[in-house]
Design a protein around this ligand. Sequence first.
Ligand code: NAD
Length: 485
Amino acid sequence: TTSLLCTRERVRHRMRQQFTGYKKDLPFAYSNEEKITLPNGRISNVYTGLFINNEFVDSVDRKVFETINPATGKVITSERGRLLNKLADLMERDLEELAALETLDNGKPFHSAKTYDLPSAISCYRYFAGWCDKIHGKVIETQHDKFCYTRREPFGVCGAIIPWNYPLEMQAWKMAPALACGNTIVLKPSELTPLTALKVAALCKEAGFPKGVVNVLSGFGPIAGAAIASHMKINKISFTGSTAVGKSILKASADSNLKKVSLELGGKSPNIIFADSDLDQAVKWAHMGIFYDSGQCCCAGSRVYVEDSIYDKFINKFKEHALNIKIGDPFHKDTYQGPQISLQQFNKIMSYIETGKKEGATLLMGGERHGDQGYFIKPTIFTNVNEEMKIMQEEIFGPVVSVSKFKTIEEVIKKAHLTKYGLAAAVFTKDITRAIKISNELKAGTVWVDANTPFGGYKESGIGRELGKYALDQYTQVKTVQINL
Ligand code: NAD
């Protein structure tokens, strides 16, 4: 190293003499720092030469070589990652503003928007920014005289239709992987909550996304949504919403250009609580499972099954917790439960509560409006329910939970499966063997014993998986290339 450093000036001198006709398209300053002008006009100082012992040094043999800007694939790939990270930076900068818009539009507590929805959406953009330069094909061994490989290619234009319950997160779950894989996107937010999608679109522009990469089409489902679903130039659609609309998206694809479809749909998820579980933990999570975000969560644990021997203890604690929920102004710092999204949704939930009463279930608490303005519903618990009841079969999408007892594992698994949905399930037990066995048995896309990604549904809860590396499969198609040698 010492000798290298000592010869540095000598080498520079020779280089000045012999390489004045250096061809690189950037000026070569015969020093180991180059000034490179970037497309946006900024100057980047890049150290060249060799990097030895934490220092940049010139080579002894005074040879230099050109670096060529390929202006294709990899440059754009790293640009994609940079842009997604830049968007995440801007969202961090505007976090309070975005959280406030989300609360105004959706009614969810500001505290939740700020500490859960925003950080989760931001980390989704950062996660997929990291994938941009790691999406590879494979080389496949074939017969002699053939060379075969696959490429992961983007679809081109992707459509995305999202619901109103987690507008920022749903946008991130779709946009981040679609863009990371090299697609462009036409996103339709719910007509009930378009604000943050538009705000994020403005941030995309500020971040420097090229024109046409991110498009937000706010509008009504049967018009704007249906136009996306049947568009001949949209090659892939990712939909999150109700099962009924999801089925219409699948039909529209079949009737148009067979666009590839992934669906994240509704749920009626069971929470199964065994006698050996930590009761306080089980109560806490079962409570959050149904009452978080006013019960407007696709994976809400709306059916709670409790082992017979601890049922009474559980129900007392569960009720006590629910009675302590702070309902009200979503901007108040102590509020846990805000309003339901709309009058229509409020009426739908209230009519399910009436149906439950008529079906013979016991209304343990709640079941009525809270306050005299807005669409607030008190946390509602039904007991004495059975699997035939409508309130045990249909997604209510509100703060309404049905709690029942079980005696054996076989019985509870059978009951857990008695709906058309299969989005999520939770199991509470200290017996890890039992936890694994029951997780294997349950027909649910996610079983919360521990981790929660990737995300998607069994049965009528959806097609495909979002998040994690699995999301990359949703936004690329595999091309096989076979070459005769
Ligand atoms: P929805 O199905 O009514 O609407 C969802 C989106 O589809 C909205 O943007 C809406 O405008 C659009 N839409 C409505 N009709 C359409 C049509 N004919 N063609 C095309 N688009 C149409 O659902 P919602 O009420 O907004 O959301 C609640 C539902 O979403 C619940 O069923 C919930 O379980 C589900 N959801 C699922 C997940 C998941 O990841 N599985 C996440 C959140 C919400």
